[in-house]
Design a protein around this ligand. Sequence first.
Ligand SMILES: [Zn+2]
Length: 124
Amino acid sequence: MKFKSKKVEERFANCTQTIQRLAKEMYEWSLNTYGIEITITETWTTHAEDMKLNRQSDTHRTGRAIDVRTKDIPDWFQPKFIEYFNALYQKSLGAQTKEGPVLIVDKKHGNGPHWHIQVRRGVK
Ligand SMILES: [Zn+2]
């Protein structure tokens, strides 16, 4: 798998089994099906880092989220990825929100364009 930095890669070990498995599946599916190598730019974070970034969600510090860089992913591929993984896992794994389970947050937010991929509380 491809990570933005050694630190982000080392911290991947602090993530839950479920997000680790999902990240691996996303990486391999993108590469093996479309020849696209995705880059993971964030994994587990500390509470202090989240406070500094004014991060509202605790999904990174509880090891339930990763971020994937999107600026180097072709436009045509982005909806394919989102539709494919939402169809498989949004209902069963997506983090609970007022609007229902959400697996992939695609709106522009945080440091540069990325997908925030999150799983619900309580899954190992
Ligand atoms: Zn994130």
